[in-house]
Design a protein around this ligand. Sequence first.
Ligand SMILES: [Mg+2]
Length: 239
Amino acid sequence: MAQITALLLDIEGTVCPITFVKDCLFPYFLKKLPDVLSLVEFPLESSSQDSPIVSVIEGFPPETRTTREALQDHIVQLVKNDVKEKNLKALQGLVWNEGYSSGEIKAPLYQDAIDLIQVQSRNHKVYIYSSGSVHAQKLLFGHVDINGKSTDINGYLSGYFDITTSGYKFEPQSYKNIIQNIGIPGQEVLFLSDNVKEVQAALEAGLKAHVVVRPGNSPLTQDEVEKYKAVDDFSHLQL
Ligand SMILES: [Mg+2]
């Protein structure tokens, strides 16, 4: 059997709680939104403001940014409905950047995931594949909560992939793109994810893959338990 030489890790539900984005990042953004918008003068066109926030806000449709209140309502609705909109993503990115740098946000990685990344990177390449942007991934791994201290563990990682670099996570081709990119045969790469469809796609692409079981993840069906190898603690992995 081919030896595992590389790990490919999903983020949410795998190395950190599936609720991190929904229960921490989204509420943090909504809490900060009024402050962020209070720094901007409305209407936008009447003044010559130049800031990263203004550049992003200018991307929202004109009718949604006639007043500060209208824009705030619009953005809150986008968040509530989980609309994947590029201006919203960009604005969230700016706000989370601030939160991470100030230490207000720290990524709650599972201890066994931190250990896996730190220890296995000595003799394995460790890569990340998440639908969150590569920028957001680096931010997250740059501010990991280790014993209450915001710690940068990017140095242990060999590369990052997202849907723009490699494709959607349910498609086998995306995993083929990744192994081609890293230049390691699929049978030497172990993909870990909480999502059965992602695991299935990776297996079809010729990678090894296990389903990760964490508190709050959707439970596996009996069929899935029989079909896939499940892992609930990375210290049990045979590498
Ligand atoms: Mg996941």
